[in-house]
Design a protein around this ligand. Sequence first.
Ligand code: SF4
Length: 367
Amino acid sequence: MWRTFRPDAVRVWKDTETVRRLRRYRGIIDQERWAKYLLSKDIAFTGDLKDSLDALWKSHQDLSAAHTEYVDAVDSGKERITEEHRPITSFLDLKTEIANRILQHCHFCERRCGVDRTRDEKGWCRLGRTSHVSSAFLHTGEEAPLIPSGTIFFASCCFGCVFCQNEDISTNPNSGHPISEEELAAVSDALYKEGALNINYVGGDPIPNTHTILGSMKYQSANVTQLWNSNLYCSAETMNLLVDIFDVWLPDFKYGNDECALRLSGVKDYFNIVSRNHLHAYEYSEMIVRHLVMPNHVDCCTIPILEWISENMPDCMVNIMGQYRPEHRVRREPDRFRDIARGVNREEMRHAFAKAEELGIYYSPVS
Ligand code: SF4
């Protein structure tokens, strides 16, 4: 059992299971591994960035395979190519170009609004081209292996959770400050210099800001873990852009079925999409899955999620969280959302932990 998620970094890194499951992340902290976004700058894109989107995706497929091989080789001790041999146009530039094309018919998430955000047309998340950051700081409240975490909170979200605990930023796309790619890179570099073990993109949700985040990496230079902290309702295309680049994933697996997801977050086909994306990320990177236990949703959500994780991602860590509280619309309309209008009780948490234990999941009862 994993009982080491506590704000005691020394203790955490003495835990052999934590080290085993976050080996590459630890290697980057110790400067023995390279963050994948840096390695993506070593891979040359020799085509034309003005090509059709189909042609760019074809190149992306080829370069993704080359990048995976390169990461494995460098991880195994091969020298990284030197500064003077770095290409003018890289795999990362290709990804950024594709992200900007996606923005023209936005399908960063599976809502697939299809609006042209480069013309400031607005889809469900009401974000135009420009990303807004509401705050960025060294977060000490994340899971122990992650802290201090250089956390960047983006405004807006592609979910509409009725219980959102960050409604001030998730429901207001203009909260905080507009930010350019260069400015975001400066924020990331500053967080690293202050001691961040990772750059943690969250919100709201980072998904609608994929173009800005990838674009900022051209200007970032620190060898620091890039961490995607999200509801993971990304489109398959967005996942293809992200999996080569992000070293660690911190997804929220919220619902064990589509009915609860539709009623409480307003999204369709939840389980298929989010489980698909979990598997894709798991194939490429290290991961800590978060699951927020909700009152009256242990049988319909917590148990099916834990069963799915144990069957499909047995090597990942799971943080089973008990800090749910009725906020946002649930607080204002408790009769409408009666099932989740209270906190979780001890019996529900006990049931969740017992199930994780029974399934052999490496979980933490402490967030
Ligand atoms: S990010 Fe998602 S919700 Fe926002 S415009 Fe794009 S497809 Fe729509």
